[in-house]
Design a protein around this ligand. Structure first.
Ligand SMILES: [Fe+2]
Length: 463
């Protein structure tokens, strides 16, 4: 990960904001006194939060996730801003220092510091923004001695906590989207949408769990065990389940790679197609899940070739009619292999139809234009580009420009014109949008808006 100048500026702003909110938090009236009374909940919740972050759950395609939202909401309700900030910032700092340690072993001290600094800062700033909103809406801490059910306005309190949850999710997602879009130079709104997916489900599950944790704790810390034991079991089984999925996926990728032993071309080819298909899918504005499906399909799209005999697969010259028929079975065999695996449910149809043609003259089912799954249309183009630009047993690779021209000529015949355009756009062959400088400036400025909004709110309230 190489940070651009804009990304470095962004990170510096965020660290500055973190130092400011920490300073303000510590200097709030009664912070010190409140702290002494909050020592027990701090230790308990920081401990739970640390465990959740160390034992984060691996998501297929999406990296790792630690679900700390319920801890944030519980501490906010129990001890207000001081407890929430202290628990989140300190547990995240400790967890990050431990979890990112492999980066140090990989001699990436700078990456280690940048990752830890960003993750801790974004959690601290999001917690502060959410806690401030919670208090503005009349939210108050339950400790010592209060309970949600006995409070004067329990509904208002739960509402304030829910808006706090929304603020936390929104700020955190916006800050993460900001750094990703500045680092990878991709759309900010794309990653923001990705972070805020299923927000309602999150509130109803994680938010409700946080409120439950706070209420149960407010009667006695021991009651927490009633919630934490089942929660821990669910966490452990979810973690195991996700690990099994990962392992199943890796196994299939290794099986696909076994083709390398027979046919090195197919293996290298699959990796090239995966990369290009992912880029084209992104340009076509597919959702993150769809992009990951396209990439996963690209990586194993030729797995059915395992069933094609060597004399056909490795034949240096053109195939006879009968051999061609045998070869053309590979998408169907591939789809059959994958169809009973839940992890590949989204890609079976892509693998089956990767050799269909836009004009309906492809195989195995002769599907026409829009009837072909979109992912399969993307892989068809990426597959052919990659094949044309690679040396084959019976011919040399075509130069990039010739390959692009050949694909362009087949637009609307073999290929979906929209996908061909996306490929050309990816290689910079289509005219850029007008006012590229303004557009670029706009793209760099957008990710900074959440930070600027936070700075303005902060200055208005505390300066
Ligand atoms: Fe194929």
């Amino acid at each position: 990960m190489k940070l651009s100048r804009a990304a470095k500026t962004y990170l510096l702003f965020l660290i500055f904001l973190t130092v400011s909110v920490s300073y303000v938090s510590v200097n709030l009236p009664n912070f010190g006194e409140q702290w002494l009374g909050l020592m027990t909940p701090f230790l308990i919740f920081a401990g739970i939060s640390l465990l959740i972050q160390i034992y984060e759950i691996e998501l297929v395609h999406r990296g790792n996730i630690a679900i700390t939202h319920p801890i944030f909401i519980a501490t906010l309700l129990l001890g207000g801003l001081p407890l929430a900030i202290a628990v989140m910032a300190i547990s995240t700092l400790a967890a990050e220092l431990i979890v990112r340690w492999p980066l140090i072993k990989g001699n990436s001290l700078q990456r280690y510091m940048v990752t830890v600094a960003f993750n801790v800062s974004q959690i601290a700033v999001s917690s502060f923004a959410a806690a401030a909103i919670f208090e503005v809406l009349g939210g108050h801490s339950l400790l010592p001695g209060g309970h949600i059910t006995n409070s004067e306005a329990p509904v208002a309190l739960v509402l304030a906590a829910s808006v706090g949850f929304l603020t936390y999710s929104f700020t955190s997602s916006a800050l993460v989207a900001g750094i990703i879009s500045l680092t990878e130079k991709t759309s900010f709104s794309y990653y923001l949408r990705f972070g805020l997916e299923n927000l309602l489900v999150q509130i109803l599950s994680l938010g409700a769990l946080g409120i439950l944790l706070a209420e149960v704790y407010s009667y006695s810390p021991w009651n927490l065990l009633l919630v934490l034991i089942p929660m821990g079991l669910v966490h452990a089984s979810l973690r195991n389940y996700m690990r099994l999925r990962q392992e199943a996926q890796k196994t299939f990728q290794s099986v696909a790679q076994m083709l390398a032993v027979r046919d090195p071309y197919t293996y290298e080819h699959s990796e090239g197609v995966e990369q290009l298909a992912g880029d084209v899918a992104r340009i076509c504005s597919l959702s993150q899940d769809e992009i990951e499906n396209v990439k996963a399909a690209a990586l194993i799209h030729d797995i059915g070739k395992l069933a094609v005999p060597d004399r056909i697969l490795l034949k240096p010259g053109p195939l006879t009619e009968e051999e061609r028929k045998e070869m053309e079975k590979h998408p169907v065999i591939g789809a059959e292999l994958l169809k009973n695996l839940e992890i590949y449910r989204g890609i079976v149809q892509i693998v089956r139809h990767e050799h269909e043609r836009w004009d309906g003259k492809g195989y195995p089912d002769g599907l026409l234009d829009e009837k072909i799954p979109f992912g399969a249309r993307i892989i068809a183009v990426a597959d052919v580009y990659n094949a044309l630009t690679t040396d084959r047993p019976y011919r040399k690779a075509f130069p990039h420009t010739i390959a692009l021209k050949m694909i362009r000529d087949e637009s609307g015949k073999q290929f979906d014109p929209r996908v061909v355009n996306a490929l050309l756009q990816f290689f910079g062959e289509l005219a850029e949008q007008p006012q590229p400088i303004l557009r670029r400036a706009w793209q760099t400025a957008i990710p900074f808006t959440p930070i600027l909004i936070l700075v303005v709110i902060f200055l208005l309230k505390y300066a």
